[in-house]
Design a protein. Structure first.
Length: 184
């Protein structure tokens, strides 16, 4: 079976976003974690056209256990898993992992299956009825990251991240974003 992840040796541990969670995060991390708009757009506002996407993994495989549970997917159902690096002229800014169930791809008329080097945020934030269902946060220590992720993301310290369940036309997807030191 194909690898479930380019980024991780094992599934990260997530904390449910509850009232008060925000205040446990460093201030610079709060700003990115609780950004309500597109992170891609926020990066473009700062870096302009220097923002690029490097696709690290894109394949149909089974998501991690907590990802399947969040999306109510049966164990044997494959989803499109896409992991990317957002960068500004090669400077690593955000690592992202997206789980897109087949039903969601069909509802989006396959736009989500053929992103190539287009940022996901550009596509999903153009949907008029995009909903945020829930969000979790995490702090990922070095042993969880794969050697490949450490190299591509220049990771040398624990990294904060968020994962958000989005829905378009009642079809859900899971987007996890990890804030590399360069983004601050």
């Amino acid at each position: 079976m194909a690898s479930k992840s380019f980024l991780f040796n094992q599934e990260p541990q997530w904390l449910e976003n509850r009232p008060g969670t925000r205040h446990t995060l460093p201030e610079n991390v709060q700003s990115w974690t609780y950004e309500s708009g597109s992170l891609t757009q926020r990066l473009r506002d700062y870096y302009g056209d220097a923002i690029g996407v490097k696709v690290l993994l894109q394949q149909r495989t089974a998501p991690f256990l907590t990802e399947r549970r969040l999306l109510n997917l049966p164990e044997n159902k494959y989803s499109l898993i896409r992991e990317v690096l957002l960068h500004a002229d090669g400077k690593p800014l955000i690592l992202a992992r997206t789980i897109i169930p087949v039903k969601t791809i069909k509802a989006a008329k396959s736009n989500l299956a053929h992103l190539g080097s287009r940022p996901l945020g550009e596509v999903i934030f153009s949907y008029p009825k995009l909903e945020r269902i829930e969000m979790d946060v995490t702090l990922i220590n070095l042993p969880i990251w794969s050697e490949s992720a450490i190299a591509v993301g220049h990771i040398a310290e624990p990294i904060w991240g968020r994962r958000t369940v989005y829905a378009m036309a009642q079809r859900q997807m899971l987007v996890s974003e990890f804030f590399l030191p360069g983004v601050f």
